[in-house]
Write a protein that binds this ligand. Structure first.
Ligand SMILES: Nc1ncnc2c1ncn2[C@@H]1O[C@H](COP(=O)(O)OP(=O)(O)OP(=O)(O)O)[C@@H](O)[C@H]1O
Ligand SMILES: Cc1ncc(COP(=O)(O)O)c(N)n1
Length: 274
């Protein structure tokens, strides 16, 4: 098979730590060819988000239809969608183009605390996007918002929440435990077979965690066509992210929560079997 084409439908982060910028770095590092449909511009740094400018939904549709009537797409990562109009445009494209391996990161609020999805758009994510994705990757606050429940911070509640997210029509759920405390950072994967798998990695002591969620979901999208199933793709995506976090402090990209380091040569030098 030729190089996999991976599409990111997401917002732009000028600081390069999150959004389509993080996604493209991840795709390249993991042997994919990256494509992007931009849903929103943000004025953002490692310190915070100073503004959001949504792309008009008709122009999101124009980008999607122009690209998808030409290119083969082997996997899709969906990130920041900003508002209900943009969600509708993405749903229309998903229905029209039958895209494989759709990974939805239901981005709602940035690490800095700024909103990246209008509060009233959560209903559309739940009703229209969750059932259309092959995998959703909520963090703990996003899981709570999708379920309209309080945020929980222990593994057994996470297990229950992951199961309830499946009841919303999700095909698979990776519930991310980055917001838990402890020596390891643990995520749970639940699939249609009802089996829950646990993915645990050493918790890296760094404040440079800007874009971890973006990196993980795009690594899964990049790896899924190159692996046998989601379990293998999640395992290797998490390894990639953990290494990117381990090297984050080598970067000097701002005064706030800095980005992770996409270490192309680390992954590409045969350190890991394909
Ligand atoms: N300090 C850390 N060390 C190792 N892994 C981490 C650390 N922080 C987060 N992770 C991992 O990063 C991934 C993203 O987790 P998190 O729950 O932080 O998502 P997120 O809040 O959606 O990220 P983002 O804020 O970028 O949207 C998960 O696999 C999580 O386990
Ligand atoms: C354009 C865009 N997309 C996603 C995120 C979430 O990433 P984080 O929660 O790490 O800030 C972001 N900050 N900006």
């Amino acid at each position: 098979m030729s190089t996999c084409n991976i599409l990111s439908i997401a917002g732009s982060d000028p600081s390069g730590g999150a959004g389509v910028q993080a996604d493209l770095k991840t795709f390249s590092a993991l042997g994919g060819y990256g494509m992007t449909v931009i849903t929103a511009l943000t004025a953002q740094s490692t310190v915070g988000v100073a503004g959001v400018q949504e792309v008009p939904p008709e122009f999101v549709s124009r980008q999607l239809d122009t690209l998808l009537t030409d290119a083969r797409v082997d996997a899709v990562k969906i990130g920041m969608l900003a508002d209900t109009g943009v969600i509708r445009a993405v749903v229309k494209a998903l229905d029209a183009h039958e895209l494989p391996h759709v990974v939805l990161d239901p981005v709602m609020v940035a690490k800095s605390g700024d909103r990246l999805l209008a509060a009233e758009a959560v209903d559309a994510v739940r009703a229209d996007l969750v059932p259309r994705a092959d995998l959703i990757t909520p963090n703990l606050p996003e899981a709570a918002a999708l379920l309209d429940e309080n945020e929980r911070h222990d593994l057994s509640s996470m297990r229950e929440q992951a199961e309830r997210l499946m009841e919303l029509g999700a095909k698979r759920v990776l519930l991310k435990g980055g917001h838990l405390s402890g020596q390891s950072s643990t995520d749970l994967l639940v699939g249609t077979d009802g089996v829950t798998e646990t993915f645990s990695a050493e918790r890296i002591a760094t404040r440079n965690t800007h874009g971890t969620g973006c990196t993980l979901s795009s690594a899964i999208a990049a790896l899924r066509p190159q692996r046998r199933n989601y379990s293998e793709a999640v395992r290797d995506a998490k390894d990639y992210l953990t290494e990117a976090l381990r090297h984050a402090d080598e970067l000097d990209a701002g005064r706030g929560k800095g980005p992770v380091h996409h270490f192309h040569h680390w992954w590409g030098d045969g350190a890991r079997d394909a």
